[in-house]
Design a protein around this ligand. Structure first.
Ligand SMILES: [Zn+2]
Length: 176
């Protein structure tokens, strides 16, 4: 489990707290102000609690907001982003008319406020490129799939493009 603290986001959160006054109750003493997230190779998961949640969007690439919020589309009411350069708030009202929304995608490493009507798990694709790994041995001239019968002794993983650059060629047996 990876835990991140975003000082600038905390500062924004204080500002939002002032703006939203009594309606905002995400920051409590028993929970982290910034929602904690976990990550596997395909998805990023963040626990959200009923009310306002300050979250970081940690996908590798931008995502259209409908896609980014798909997993919580039935409990998320709105998403907001504060643009410090213009001092403007941008928002997306889920299920609302288009003219109410001017936040159209979530961007990597930006912070957002999400309002949800119940505790829930927010999941979205990490969009990490999957490394194209092949396997080589110290003495061989071929690169292989993992588990190839010709991969004995000391072997190591390497990016396919790197292997080709180093003049390794594909094994004809395992056909990587
Ligand atoms: Zn092979």
């Amino acid at each position: 489990m990876k835990r991140r603290g975003y000082l600038p986001l905390l500062m924004v959160s204080i500002a939002v707290g002032l703006v939203l006054g009594g309606t905002f109750h995400c920051i409590s003493t028993k929970r982290d102000a910034v929602a904690a997230e976990t990550q596997d190779s395909q998805n990023i998961t963040t626990q959200l609690f009923i009310g306002w949640n300050l979250v970081a969007f940690s996908s590798a690439k931008p995502l259209p907001i409908d896609e980014a919020l798909l997993s919580i589309s039935n409990v998320c009411i709105s998403a907001w982003e504060y643009d410090a350069s213009t001092s403007d708030w941008h928002r997306h009202i889920l299920g609302g008319p288009a003219f109410l929304s001017d936040l159209h995608e979530l961007n990597p490493n930006h912070g957002y406020w999400l309002y949800v009507t119940q505790d829930c798990i927010w999941t979205y694709p990490s969009q990490q490129p999957i490394p194209d790994l092949v396997y080589i041995t110290k003495t061989g001239t071929k690169y292989h799939r993992q588990g190839c019968q010709y991969l004995w002794g000391s072997s190591g993983a390497i990016e396919r493009s790197e292997a080709i650059k180093l003049d390794y060629t594909a094994c004809s047996v395992c056909n990587p």
